[in-house]
Design a protein around this ligand. Structure first.
Ligand SMILES: [Zn+2]
Length: 303
């Protein structure tokens, strides 16, 4: 029988996943990629990851308690993007997945230490920041402030949500104000930039971390490279707006492989806010203050 008449071998849908790195494009078992935190086992390319799975990767199992789940978007502008009304788009997006909006926020523990966390979901309307995303990020910051625990935000977003117009832009101010209150209170904030992190999100809370971590190869910037090139009429350098370029220029503190992210954040927190039982720097212990060691008069101490 000529080969063309043979029945095609049935491959169950979703069994294989193709690496989204154009230079790689290798196929791997979807299960293998999932177990590898959506990092390509061949080339190490960091593919997009749902917010819920990020929460599972970062927090201790079963410790997550959401905040702001009841905050829902309102189509104040009765926006229509040319193809469908915003309200309908929201309904359709919700029906596709499990996320109720483009951000999950809440409290939890990480390696046993309490933290507040907000994670943006690029799969939900490009992780765009409307009123709900802004409110949930602000609520996570307020939870961190109330509990005096570190805040961690993982940002992956195309920027402000056009469907909510100026209300989206106001979220930049709201989230920035919430982060400023944390800073004034000395509560640490670790910002994690995942691919892509652009527009109003990169220009507000995502860029305000005490420590800024980026995933390898993440695109981070405000406007796209083509817009910049046509505005300033120059050719941009290779790797422009990629995490590695930004780390080289000092905008990003550290590039961390997603599979090591949890451990790295814990190490950063141990430095920024050591727990009483794991002091990194010599700190005064609670309880009785130790008397200062007596100073010996000059010249008496032997060599
Ligand atoms: Zn790959």
């Amino acid at each position: 029988m000529p080969w063309s008449f043979r029945k095609k071998r049935e491959v169950p849908a979703g069994l294989w996943t193709k690496c989204t790195n154009a230079a790689c494009g290798k196929m791997a078992f979807s299960k293998t990629i999932q177990e590898n935190a959506n990092v390509c086992p061949e080339c190490g390319h960091h593919m997009k990851l749902e917010a819920k799975r990020r929460v599972d990767l970062l927090l201790d199992a079963g410790s997550f308690r959401p905040v702001g789940e009841d905050v829902a978007p309102v189509d104040v502008l009765r926006f229509h993007d040319g193809s469908e009304p915003y309200e309908q788009k929201l309904k359709r997006t919700r029906a596709k997945g499990t996320a109720s909006e483009a951000c999950i926020a809440g409290r939890g523990t990480m390696g046993g230490r309490p933290v507040a966390l907000a994670v943006l979901d690029f799969g939900f309307l490009g992780g765009s920041m409307g009123v709900v995303v802004g409110e949930r990020v602000a609520l996570a910051a307020e939870a961190a402030l109330a509990d005096r625990v570190p805040l961690i935000v993982v940002a992956s977003s195309g920027g402000a949500r056009m469907h909510e117009g100026a209300l989206s832009l106001m979220q930049m101010a709201k989230t920035s104000a919430a982060i400023a209150r944390l800073r004034a209170a000395g509560v640490p904030y670790v910002s994690v930039l995942a691919d892509p992190c652009t527009g109003g999100v990169s220009a507000s809370f995502a860029a305000q971390g005490d420590v800024t971590i980026a995933e390898p190869g993440a695109l981070v910037g405000f406007a796209g490279p083509r817009v910049i090139e046509s505005t300033i009429r120059t050719t941009l350098p290779d790797g422009f707006q990629r995490a590695e370029f930004l780390a080289d220029k000092g905008f990003v503190d550290r590039i961390v492989d997603r599979r090591k992210l949890r451990d790295e954040i814990l190490a950063v927190l141990a430095f920024l806010a050591p727990l009483p039982d794991q002091p990194l720097l010599e700190t005064a212990t609670a309880g009785e203050p130790k008397p200062a060691p007596a100073l010996e008069p000059h010249g008496k101490k032997g060599r």
